[in-house]
Design a protein around this ligand. Sequence first.
Ligand code: NAD
Length: 503
Amino acid sequence: MNQALVQDVVAEVMKRLETRRGNGGDGVGYQTSYRAGRGGVRAGEDAPANEGKQRDRTGVSFPVNQHGIFDNVDRAVDAATEAQKKLVKLSLDERDQIVKLVKKMAKDNAQSWGKIELDETKIGRLDHKIEKLQILELVPGVEFLKTQADSGSNGLCLHEYAPFGVIGIITPVTHVIPTLSANVVNMLASGNSIVANPHPSGANCAALAVREYNKAISAKFGIDHLITCIVPPSLESADAIFNHRGIPLLVVTGGPAVARAALAAKKRAIVAGPGNPPVVVDETACLKNAAESIVKGAAYDNNLLCIGEKQVFAVESIFDKLMAQMEKAGGFILNKQQIDALTKQAFKPGQDGKLHVDKNFVGKDAAVLAQAAGVRVSPATQLLVGETDANHVFVQEEQMMPFVPFVRVRNVDEAIDLAIESEHGYRHTALIHSRNLDTITKFGRKANVTLFVVNGPSMAGLGLGGQGYLSYSIATPTGEGITTPLTFTRYRRVMMTGSLRMI
Ligand code: NAD
């Protein structure tokens, strides 16, 4: 029997023992094994970064130092460094085959990995967790790495795109395997390897995907550890990645705290930060299409997408008609009392005296939110909506729940101003439903966002029912936009002085 097989068997037995002891909590196949200890803080939880040094490691689902799984950042960086050296020795065709293998595995495993991710994170919807993996083929690969050339009287100049080396990535709980996998496709395509620090609440499914990808890549191409994953991930391991000399580039996908931390890092960071996408609907819009698009986009994975429609500003003259269309499109309208009841449960005052999203409601089904609002809806209801004022906490906070507040405004100029205010300068995503080109242009210019979607659902902006390629990391404060393999390259120039121009 080979050593890897023995370790696999031992790991499986350990996992079953852990489950029987009840450490996993709810008896589902893959449990969240990495938990914060008493008083501990996991990266991604609202607590100062210098707190929570103690951690309780309950159960290990995968053996470490194998197929990319490491409990030590130095060892992960060493392994990823060696793997990257081997990767760049392969031909571009072989790199292309690795990328295609990853895409195929994501698609083939979409059903089971989607379920495992939902069981572990307990947020979002199974149908969309599966779809987010199936559409990974829309993520660009080596075909984006085109060498450019200029030739003239002084010779030939080549513009080439080289890898950075080992990239440190931080990924969110909202799309654990999809973000990791899309980063893998982009980054391996451009010749890099990876050290990943996933969100602790999705660490097991991240480790599962990393392990499976490495096993398959190493079986076919003889390179292990191209993708490494730290278990258990923590603020300390994120910090070690941020400061490691062997990691020249950071790529961080997450909310305000981690975006701030990455922007303050002492090395280059590509930051895919938070959003709060507003929707403007004017009197010229096709209301049926607007309503159907808002339901489709905001209900997607229970509104976990950073590009998802979070609040709507609709002009008075069509407001009631739009609400009627929302109902026809499958939305359930909450009245003021019900919105008040939901707000009390979904937001809690923090130590700063401000209201903060209660994470127990993030990414939950509309029926769960409705219950908190004191109303029973069919489990098939995808989205709740209701009228609020512009200052409502559901409008101003990035709430990631399938309840969308609608604000009634006098005219489209007011809609545009309030929409931009609610986006808080994240420069992430904004949407409009209008047939007036002047209005569309005005909002597009003023909003100055990375992704501007006109007359469609938010996902159309990422290639789902729209043109263009897909990525789950949209670099907003640092400006790289919807990331591609080129985002993760260093520009290099080769100048053949005085020769090689053939014409
Ligand atoms: P989060 O900010 O809680 O966590 C994101 C990642 O950062 C996790 O791995 C977490 O462990 C880590 N982290 C958090 N604070 C940290 C710190 N101080 N130092 C180091 N690491 C830290 O976010 P989430 O709930 O996992 O994901 C949702 C957020 O991510 C939303 O704000 C959403 O808009 C954003 N997001 C943005 C994009 C994009 O492409 N721009 C994509 C997906 C999600």
